[in-house]
Design a protein around this ligand. Structure first.
Ligand SMILES: *Cc1c(COP(=O)(O)O)cnc(C)c1O
Length: 369
């Protein structure tokens, strides 16, 4: 079965092998050295002053970031399940919430954010997804962050980059906290989250730190010494260290370029056979397609073509399918899915099969992979 859901993603064989070694103790010079190497490599991908690794899924890093960095009131952008989650976290941490809601296909805009800041002068934190995975939507996070910082550089920008870090070269100039998780672009099993921090965020954490398990001040002190506050997810970190080597041996630019091409070629191929790309601004991490028979399509894809892709949630349940582009995916894997989708359209009586999907995919990806 080909796993092409936008998280979890398939774990490459060499990484599974790297993680199959006997468990080593986390308080040893051997593990500290692995931790140090991983930190250095992560800093290069995040392009930020500090990185932290936590034993949690991505949501844990979202909660840790909000808990430690928000002071009183947060503005959260909600254009899908993960934006909604940020709002719930803000409230669960006991902070005030101002929420900007959008349709799941519609990116946030800078003016709305600035208007909200004018109305609520005490907003100290902004929470936003770079890619809102619920609809495969790209928010203009960099533009929002830039304008917000012009008004008040003290406002903390928390960006959920769980389906953006390792996908594209994010401009982190005005981002304070950048969140990522192991099971998306990093191609690892779930259970490890990562947080990139700006100087501004580091200062705030050093002067504060809240909570116990997720106290980022405690973690920062420990991780600077190449250890963790609590038992580290050693196996996942060993896997991360190994996958980062693979990514760097390809070259970051080429890695991002391949993802972008795969994504663009897929969207063009899907449009070419009559599918509707759901988001108004698609993120490169996935192709999200709106179709009334999305679940039937997914079922045939799984049973006959052995491909597992994701569906939609809430009001998009049964009406959306999402194909992953994150990580190291062979062109022939994506090509297989696109061809299968074209065959399924024929089977459903919607469009006669003529190989258009792969023709377009190949045209866009020719000589470039
Ligand atoms: C997957 C994902 C998360 C994190 O979910 P977990 O299940 O907690 O790892 C958060 N935000 C976005 C945008 C995601 O795609």
């Amino acid at each position: 079965m080909l796993l092409l859901t936008p998280g979890p993603t398939a774990v490459p064989e060499n990484i599974r092998v790297a993680m199959s070694e006997p468990t080593i103790h986390h308080r040893t010079p051997e593990f500290s050295e692995i931790f140090r190497q991983t930190r250095e490599k992560l800093k290069k991908i995040f392009k930020m002053d500090e990185v932290l690794m936590l034993a949690s899924s991505g949501t844990g890093a979202m909660e840790a970031s909000v808990l430690n960095l928000c002071q009183k009131k947060a503005l959260s952008i909600n254009a899908g399940k993960f934006g909604e989650r940020f709002g719930k976290i803000v409230k669960a941490c006991g902070y005030e919430l101002v929420e900007l809601k959008y349709e799941w296909d519609t990116p946030a805009n800078v003016e709305d954010v600035l208007k909200a800041l004018k109305k609520h002068k005490d907003i100290d934190t902004i929470c936003v997804q770079i890619c809102e995975s619920a609809g495969g939507l790209r928010h203009p996070v960099e533009a929002i962050a830039k304008e917000v910082k012009k008004i008040n550089p003290e406002i903390t920008i928390i960006a959920d980059g769980i389906t953006a870090v390792g996908v594209e070269d994010i401009n982190v100039e005005d981002i304070d906290v950048l969140i990522s998780g192991s099971q998306k672009a990093f191609m690892l099993p779930p259970g490890l989250s990562m947080i990139g921090l700006s100087k501004n965020a580091i200062n705030k954490i050093e002067q504060g730190g809240k909570g116990y398990y997720f106290n980022l001040n405690t973690e920062l002190k420990k991780q600077r010494q190449n250890t963790t506050a609590w038992t580290a997810p050693t196996t996942l970190i060993i896997g991360l260290n190994a996958i980062l080597d693979d990514i760097f041996s390809i070259g970051l630019d080429k890695f991002y370029k391949q993802t972008e091409l795969r994504s663009k070629a897929s969207n063009e191929a899907l449009k070419g056979i009559g599918f509707k790309i759901y988001p108004k601004v698609p993120a490169p991490s996935m192709s999200a397609v709106y179709h009334e028979k999305a679940d039937e399509i997914r079922k045939i894809l799984k049973n006959r073509y052995e491909v597992n892709i994701a569906g939609g949630q809430d009001h998009l349940k049964g009406k959306l399918f999402r194909i992953n582009h994150m990580g190291l995916i062979k062109p022939y894997e994506t090509s297989w899915v696109l061809n299968a989708l074209e065959l399924i359209l024929d089977e459903l009586g919607e469009r006669k099969y003529d190989g258009t999907a792969n023709k377009i995919f190949n045209l866009y990806t020719k000589e470039r992979f």
